[in-house]
Design a protein. Structure first.
Length: 748
């Protein structure tokens, strides 16, 4: 169409002349320039020495040119190799490993009849290997992936492709009209002859830029920031890999679409374009070079610039331009650039099934349908809550005090079916299989914060950060430390309710489980995190005794893990007790004793993998002896009973708030002293305490053994051993005060 317009104009048509006719050109008719695309070498055959997962998961699936067929999957192999034979010898500039779950590959190439070792290569963020000098006349290629000792290997890759880059002579021509090869701005007074030498698309772009009428410039032209490799944080922080998609373009495409991507100076860095599927994280990735790139999408998806590098030194932004005619605009919301009025316009126009929401610490890729349905007017409250939640986790782990060069956000995404919520490498998934109820109540509406709704995403994000203080059997409880953290630091201030919590009072489980001799390992999951992790947060952070405790502890755990054996957990179990005491320089042995931390145990279990727990009495005694030898002082308060119970309990028809129970943390904050007038009476099987509101808890001792702990001033002793030796004690908050006898059956 544009050619026919030009034929009716003078050959000496100026830039303004082109502009005069450009109004007749609709965006959808912008012509695709004749730009050569990378060439994939044809593979004649491939074989591997390892047994595949099944007949449909062999190396052949990795060379069938389809991302939709099964992957090449060889689980449990410490070493996986493959050999690829090319139909004709060719030049290789880069190798693409689609959806590979490994990061290093050892390569050999055969040219002129003999193999030559090329070395071991790191896959970049786009899962590609790029050679500084092209490999020429390659007949065959060997690869080997070796997993580190102790790793749980599960080799998997969807597709392996070998590419030769095209010759791009047009890039020099572009610089005669545009300031750089991103084609986002014009040089001063471009020459008409140079302009006319360019393909029609670039003439149109030049004219649009001249008048400032370029469509959707905000999303089609971007200056993209450098981000750390997502796996880097995993390595230096011992957490899950973070978000790989920090640079959304706001553009999407369909399988088979030809996309033009213009890239400015890359400053020696490597970038790619990734196409992310509508639901989930599976993606196709395409290396980008400075200048014009032409790619064909092998799957539908939103498009992201993958710019990952070492950010320990300052890196320059890279300009990327996806012109009109390539892909469609979906837009994205960025809390640093947009407000709720912008949100209303952006989400209303969004045409893709998913939409990007970018915060400062967090990012969400959520189902557009439910964003439009449940949050059409505002999103800033939700983004601020997500950001504050992640920031709280990073701060408690000492990321600010012990800086490392990583800057990726925490990612969450809608997924179609499966688990209600889950955590995995790179992201947390939130199901839309319940017609958006999860997204409505627990993800996109935390700005409303109905009750403790933020607990769900806190629990899942917590899975991404729990590794330093986690061991098998604790995997569904230690992460709740982070869920409770954000209820305490984000939900409570937003709601104005300082007591909101999903923590329960430990006395319930001490009564039902600990006094019966049950080892800590076998106790209810709620009390496990409530004592093992959260008690120390309450003691050191909420009470202000040492607000630097957890950051220091996490740094200690990063430098020296609890154990190097993930399958035998008794070492980690005891090491946690010692590490807490050593970092705090405080002897918490009495509190650990109350929770049966040192009760010998010999079992085998399964939680995200098989494990054994074989802790002997000698092992426990040795651990306690090592702490005793340090001569640390005791803690100021008895933390075994301290809690932040946020629910109500039923006391014979009377509703008590958590803050009305004994042991609530604010009593510790006040350093409340036990009343000298505290006493108890017994009527039938009911004990009633008066003046006992400042006790940490009450306990019943029968035959010189504690048989029950209680967190309220009225309790029933029907189901515990009771005889003429039974006594009731009030337990002071302070460790320097002894238990106070308030009732004796023998004396009554």
């Amino acid at each position: 169409m544009f050619l026919s317009i030009l034929s009716k104009t003078k050959r000496s048509l100026s830039l303004l002349g082109i502009l005069a006719t450009i109004g007749l050109v609709h965006a959808e008719t912008y012509p695709m320039p004749e730009v050569p695309a990378p060439t994939a070498l044809k593979i004649e055959s491939a074989h591997s020495n390892q047994n595949a997962y099944s007949g449909s998961h062999t190396i052949k699936q990795a060379i069938d040119s389809s991302l939709e067929t099964p992957n090449w999957h060889a689980p449990g192999q410490k070493e996986v190799d493959g050999e690829f034979v090319f139909t004709t010898p060719g030049t290789i500039d880069y190798i693409s490993f689609a959806q590979a779950n490994f990061s290093k590959v050892e390569l050999e190439a055969q040219s002129n009849g003999s193999y030559k070792k090329l070395g071991t290569f790191d896959l970049d963020s786009g899962k590609t290997i790029r050679f500084k000098k092209p490999l020429t006349q390659v007949q065959k290629m060997k690869m080997k992936v070796t997993y580190e000792e102790g790793a749980n290997p599960s080799f998997s890759v969807r597709e392996i492709s070998f590419f030769q880059k095209p010759d791009q002579t047009i890039n020099k021509q572009l610089l005669k009209v545009f300031k750089d090869t991103s084609c986002t701005s014009l040089i001063d007074n471009p020459n008409e002859a140079d302009l006319k030498q360019l393909p029609e698309l670039f003439q149109i772009i030049a004219a649009k830029l001249k008048t400032g009428k370029y469509e959707d410039k905000e999303f089609r032209m971007g200056s993209y920031k450098a981000y750390s490799h997502p796996e880097y944080a995993a390595k230096v922080r011992n957490i899950n890999a973070l978000n790989p998609f920090d640079n959304p373009t706001g553009i999407y495409g369909s399988q088979g679409d030809e996309i033009i991507v213009m890239v400015g100076p890359t400053h020696g860095e490597q970038i790619s374009l990734s196409s992310v599927s509508p639901m989930g994280i599976n993606s196709g990735t395409y290396p980008l070079d400075q200048g014009i790139n032409k790619i064909t999408l092998d799957r539908d998806g939103l498009l992201y610039v993958m710019y990952h590098t070492d950010i320990s030194t300052k890196k320059k932004n890279i300009k990327v331009h996806i012109p009109v005619g390539s892909g469609k605009v979906n837009g994205y919301f960025d809390i640093t650039k947009h407000n709720d009025k912008d949100w209303q316009k952006l989400i209303a126009k969004a045409g893709h099934s998913m939409f990007d929401i970018v915060g400062t610490h967090s990012m969400m890729i959520l189902a557009t349908e439910y964003l439009k349905k449940y949050s059409p007017e505002n999103i800033t409250n939700s983004v601020n809550v997500w950001d504050k939640s992640v920031a709280a986790m990073w701060k408690i782990m000492g990321f600010d005090q012990y800086p490392k060069p990583h800057n990726n956000r925490q990612l969450g995404t809608s997924v179609g079916q499966g688990a209600h919520m889950f955590a995995t490498w790179y992201y947390c998934g939130y199901s839309t299989g319940d017609n958006g109820v999860t997204l409505k109540n627990e993800v996109i509406a935390p700005g409303i914060l109905q009750g403790n709704r933020l607990w769900g995403i806190g629990h899942e994000i917590g899975h991404c950060y729990q590794h330093p203080f986690n061991w098998r059997s604790m995997s569904e409880s230690s992460n709740n430390f982070f869920a409770q953290l954000i209820l305490d630091q984000v939900t409570n201030p937003t709601n104005g309710n300082t007591n909101a919590s999903d923590m329960e009072n430990p006395c319930k489980y001490l009564l039902e489980e600990a006094v019966k001799g049950k080892p800590f390992h076998d106790m209810n999951g709620w009390v496990k995190w409530g004592f093992a992790q959260n008690s120390f947060y309450l003691y050191f952070h909420k009470l202000g005794i040492n607000p630097n405790f957890y950051p220091t502890l996490f740094e200690s755990l990063r430098r020296k893990p609890l154990s190097n054996d993930p399958y035998e957990v008794s070492k980690a179990h005891l090491a946690w007790y010692e590490r807490v005491c050593n970092v705090a320089k405080t002897d918490f042995t009495d509190d650990f004793e109350i929770f049966n931390w040192f009760v010998p145990i010999d079992i085998k279990g399964h939680q995200y993998g098989d494990y054994s727990f074989k802790m002997t009495k000698k092992m426990a005694d040795d651990a306690k002896a090592r702490i005793a030898a340090k001569n640390y002082s005791k803690p100021k308060y008895r933390i075994a009973f301290m809690h932040q119970h946020g629910k109500t309990v039923d006391l014979w028809g009377q509703k008590l708030a958590g803050s009305e129970l004994n042991g609530f943390w604010t009593k510790y904050k006040e350093n409340a002293k036990l009343s000298p007038e505290v006493k108890a009476t017994k009527t039938g099987d009911r004990i009633k305490v008066t003046n006992g509101e400042n006790a940490a808890a009450f306990c019943v001792v029968t035959n010189k053994k504690v048989v029950g702990y209680y967190d309220r001033q009225q309790f029933d002793v029907t189901n515990i051993p009771w005889n003429n030796t039974s006594k009731v004690y009030a337990i002071p908050i302070q460790t320097n005060q002894p238990y106070k006898l308030i009732y004796s059956e023998k004396r009554k």
